[in-house]
Design a protein around this ligand. Sequence first.
Ligand SMILES: Nc1ncnc2c1ncn2[C@@H]1O[C@H](COP(=O)(O)OP(=O)(O)OP(=O)(O)O)[C@@H](O)[C@H]1O
Length: 567
Amino acid sequence: MRARPSPAARTETRGSSWSRSHSRERSPGLPWGLAPFALLGALVVILPVAGLALRVPWSEFGGLVTSPDSLTALRLSLLTACASAGVCVILGVPLGMVLARSEAVLLRTVRAFVLLPVVLPPVVGGLALLATFGRQGILAAPMEATGIDIAFTTAAVVCAQVFVSLPFVVMGVESAMRTHGTDFETAAAVLGAGPGRTFATVTLPLLAPAIASSAVLSFARSLGEFGATLTFAGSLTGTTRTLPLEIYLRRETDPDAAVAVSMLLVAIALLVVVAVYSLPGHRRSGPSSTSAARSRPLTGEGQVAGSRDMRTHPSVEPLTRPSPDAATTTAEVPVAPVPIAPVATAPVPTARPASPPRLVVDFAAPDRRIAQSFAVAPGETLALTGPNGVGKSTILAVVAGLLLPPRARVDVDDRVLTRTRGGRTGADVPPHRRSVTLLLQDPRLFPHMSAVGNIAFGLRAAGVTGADAKVRAQRMLEDLGIGHLGRMRPRGLSGGQRARVALARALATDPQIVLLDEPSASLDADSAPQIRALLRELLADRTCLLVSHDPAEVRALADREIRLTHD
Ligand SMILES: Nc1ncnc2c1ncn2[C@@H]1O[C@H](COP(=O)(O)OP(=O)(O)OP(=O)(O)O)[C@@H](O)[C@H]1O
């Protein structure tokens, strides 16, 4: 008798059942009450396109769209639209990035101007271009002197198309950049990556889907451009007569050809739209590891300042003399060590520092009404506890170099990382040069990199070669018991697996100081003790600041506790 294959074996042998073996996520469902309006909305566009399709003399379609004039116009349209999309990307991506990162009044004005072509009739754009770059335009003299003459040339067509298409790239990139926020770049900085590396390996790849879709949209907009082109570039066959102009002119003399060529343009536009919506950034996606990261920016960007009424004073003698403007009550509590269950995995192979450094922190951030002064002994894990808003994350941000208070001093042994007084900066080592790692509750794993890629990131920034970094990262994963997940992206990992990857990533480069912000807060009851046990082992002989709301976590990891309280 032949043995029946197991369900798993059946899945492997039958290609079609593979997709059926995957779980499907349940979506909230369709809002059926809105269906009639949705249908009407769709018909507004679909009906006219269907009307056009019905008017096409399909039997002669091939001949009409391949006539020499149509082909010349199509070739010119595709060429100029490609050139225009390229220029829009080269100019629009940097502009969108700059606009996303600044709220300066000047830039807000620039944004209003750049987006103008979206609402302006294109013919107005054509007139504006003519008034500037035309033969009678304001730049006519210098252009003539340098031998540049673009009016009524193919270059003028590209100019007109760039004018109307640029806003699509600027808007697409700006909104994507705002959506991603700065969290991933901050994570890259505390892993030791400088601005250039962060831009090339984090910022740009994260924006790639948005850049690609806005480029395709600008190509489509350029392809359909009519008014500005006709006004600024005219209609010279083979030079400036693009497909929309060809359709317009043929309308009177050869309506069938006009309809057929219009249908061709509709088909190209449809292809472009389908292409845009097939890009990764536009596909429906489930919950990702990035969503929570955005909910709590480390430096508190976007939070409303001014609503805090904390007063701080030192009630218990801290290690160093408290600042006169200290604003939180601190109480030192000795922590009774708790027995830790042995970790079921081998230790992570990061090189231990020869001798851990001493950390001294002393700062006042009056805008947040926080002032703190304390020291962490070499190899000590100091827990910072206390209610919400008391300043724990602010302390970590100051030590990591993400926040520069007007008066601050952060020393690691003899090295001054931060020194400011009266708002003046005496020393400020940038985050990527501090050798201070920061592990947040949401680890902000890079979503476009595998687990190995995430761990190798800091090693690469530290100068380790790509192959070596990957081998070391994979070994770390194996030692953490999740070697088989090396190629998985963060979205495919569970919370506990992500926490392990984040831990390996944070410690891979052997940082001098480790900052932990509620490292096991998002873990379940089974994973949390495991991660703590792992942490306990990894933090031995490291100087560490631990922020936690969980007494069990503090007992498990800390040697000493400073309890911060509101006044
Ligand atoms: N960007 C910011 N600008 C001004 N004030 C801020 C900013 N970010 C945070 N704050 C304020 O600083 C204070 C300390 O915030 P912080 O996030 O450090 O507290 P926390 O102790 O870490 O709180 P939690 O336990 O909720 O994480 C709060 O009063 C907060 O409103």
